[in-house]
Design a binder for this molecule. Structure first.
Ligand SMILES: C[S@@+](CC[C@H](N)C(=O)[O-])C[C@H]1O[C@@H](n2cnc3c(N)ncnc32)[C@H](O)[C@@H]1O
Length: 212
């Protein structure tokens, strides 16, 4: 099965799958919402989000009155159609004048932004560098794209990345282009099991570093 699909489980939850692989459901969304808060609590007003999914990160950002502009990059246009048509919640998000959804690869959407124009870039497009659903998304966690993100951020900007597991390799890549790097576990409850997901954070303390 290629592309995105929705499945209504017996317990009533909606699952999003991509190429037949489970991506998320609408029951355990703590980490998706925390991603938004990690950006908003740092004062972000203009944010780019990679991956619309079921819209929890975007919704949480838009609950913040200080957030003025949210650009969401989504690879699968059918997800945006389902949201617009009501198959999944979020038609109200699409109607918010602060939100722009671009159906394209997040790498191209980031490259199209003006330099130093964003306060935060939030990436939740895949399961993290070691658990890819889309093999092409390996580049999202690579040095060239992380550098591209750094150039699109304002001097105090932040890059936030959702991951199924901590990744020392990704932290090291982030450290090539940002001044401060962290990894925070997020407790989640998955099918009666306590687990944790991770949010990797990279912040700048001034002008973007010159490429080595
Ligand atoms: C885990 S979901 C995002 C969940 C979202 N944070 C939420 O709150 O619902 C990942 C999304 O990223 C999209 N995606 C995957 N690769 C992408 C890429 N390279 N560029 C843009 N979107 C991508 C998938 O289609 C999916 O909708």
């Amino acid at each position: 099965m290629t592309g995105a699909s929705l499945r209504r489980r017996d317990d009533g939850a909606i699952e999003l799958r991509v190429d037949g692989v489970f991506v998320m459901d609408d029951r355990e969304t703590t980490s998706e919402r925390l991603l938004a808060h990690a950006a908003a609590d740092a004062g972000a007003r203009e944010v780019l989000v990679g991956g619309l999914g079921l819209g929890f990160t975007a919704r949480e950002l838009l609950t913040e009155p200080a957030v003025e502009r949210v650009v969401v990059a989504e690879l699968h246009g059918e997800i945006v159609d389902w949201m617009r048509e009501g198959a999944i919640d979020g038609a109200d998000l699409l109607a918010d004048p602060r939100l722009v959804v671009v159906v394209d690869d997040v790498r191209d959407v980031v490259a199209d932004q003006a330099p130093a124009s964003l306060d935060a870039i939030v990436l939740d497009v895949d399961n993290g560098p070691d658990f890819l659903v889309h093999p092409a998304n390996a580049a999202v966690y690579g040095s060239a794209f992380v550098a591209e993100c750094a150039r699109r951020l304002r001097p105090s900007g932040r890059l936030l990345i959702w991951s199924m597991a901590d990744s020392p390799t990704l932290r090291s890549v982030l450290g090539e282009h940002f001044d401060e790097v962290g990894a925070t576990p997020v407790d989640v409850r998955l099918q009666q099991r306590d687990e944790h997901y991770w949010i990797l954070t990279a912040a700048r303390h001034g002008a973007v570093r010159a490429d080595p």
